[in-house]
Design a protein around this ligand. Structure first.
Ligand SMILES: [Zn+2]
Ligand SMILES: [Zn+2]
Length: 367
């Protein structure tokens, strides 16, 4: 027997996108999840489509297994981890734990930590060994390409404050990841910082890096529209490697030394190669990208020639509060990053828009 509060009008059935296998996704009528006394039910108002969702749709071996990699995805599952919604049912214990009430707007971190593994126990929950993430494992972490989503008891939930600009709420998750990458860079006032790759993440990184007020902030991408947005968001210099030699330009701007910090968010092998070339000795290289293929670089640059600090960045630990604060007070903007809102039924069109990335930056599905 569990104790929870609920609004009256929760239906029994809901629309949801259910993923069975690569390319085999269906819009279905399924049961609205039941919740226990440590859980929450959100009525989903919007959910962003991540590049990872599209990779899953196309059957990436790093997700589904194959090519010597284990399967991490658990079908059938409902995709979607960049969501926000209204609390429509809440367990008695969840109320106290999250300071949430019926009718509140809420978001949740993408990871649903197990709470029991070595990483969870030492507080490094975003490295959870089990690593369930909303929208990739059926039952334990079903996502929000649906009308309702259950937040399991170990989910990390946050209330959106009064007056929060809800249109940009699906951007809290990507911005959290962007902020974490920038925190990893430990930017100093005298640093020259390069952000490579200006997708939804990179444009968040530009804005987060700007808040650290470095000496020079340089943004690199091959798309003019994104470069112009980066400029608007505070980049001092924008570089299009299709039009000029990015390595040469950064060296010129730094008396031949190179940048202090290089953040690789382009997902393209060229971004890695160029980064190792344009970073100065003793620089900090932040790797955020997820690549489709293996990358080959001159590994001796890292030790023998430059003694670099190579730091990975994954997910958004201790970043949600900042993401919510910056979007609330307007110090980070996302209105021009969320370029498309589509009804849930058009999820395939949304995947296609994300994949092309021509006119879209962040595409949001509205159930
Ligand atoms: Zn994402
Ligand atoms: Zn764990």
């Amino acid at each position: 027997m569990s104790f929870y509060e609920t609004i009256k009008e929760i239906p029994k059935k809901m629309k949801a996108v259910v993923a069975y296998a690569p390319g085999d996704y269906k819009l279905e009528e399924i049961n609205v999840p039941n919740i226990g006394d440590e859980e929450i039910l959100l009525k989903v108002s919007g959910c962003g489509v991540c590049a990872g969702d599209v990779k899953a749709y196309h059957g990436a071996p790093s997700l589904w297994g194959g090519n010597g990699q284990p399967s991490w995805i658990k079908p059938p599952f409902i995709p979607g981890h960049e969501f926000y919604g209204k609390v429509v049912a809440i367990g008695a214990n969840a109320k106290n734990k999250y300071k949430l009430s019926l009718g509140d707007w809420a978001v949740s971190e993408q990871i649903v930590p197990c709470g029991k593994c070595g990483f969870c126990l030492e507080g490094n929950y975003w490295m959870c060994e089990i690593h369930n993430i909303f929208g990739f494992q059926g039952k334990v972490a079903d996502g929000a390409f649906a009308e309702y989503i259950k937040l399991p008891k170990t989910a990390r939930n946050y209330k959106l404050p009064e007056g929060f600009p809800l249109k940009v709420a699906p951007y809290v998750e990507p911005l959290g990841c962007a902020i974490h990458a920038i925190e990893r860079a430990e930017i100093q006032f005298y640093d020259v910082v390069v952000i490579a790759g200006l997708g939804a993440l990179g444009l968040g990184m530009v804005q987060a890096a700007r808040l650290k007020n470095p000496k020079m902030l340089i943004a690199i991408d091959i798309k003019e529209k994104r470069l112009n947005l980066a400029k608007e968001y505070g980049a001092h210099i924008i570089i299009n490697p299709k039009e000029e030699d990015a390595v040469l330009k950064v060296k010129e701007l730094t008396n031949g030394y190179g940048c202090d910090v290089y953040v690789q968010a382009s997902g393209h092998p060229n971004g890695t190669i160029q980064g190792l070339q344009m970073i100065r000795k003793l620089g900090r290289y932040i790797e955020f990208s997820v690549y489709n293929d293996q990358v080959t670089v001159d590994w001796s640059i890292i030790g023998d020639r430059k003694e670099l600090d190579i730091r990975g960045a994954h997910l958004s630990p201790r970043s949600y509060e900042s993401a919510i604060r910056f979007l609330s007070d307007g110090s980070i903007k996302a209105n021009d990053i969320i370029t498309h809102e589509l009804p849930l039924e058009k999820y395939k069109e949304a995947f296609h828009l994300v994949e092309k990335g021509e006119e879209s930056i962040k595409v949001v599905l509205i159930p």
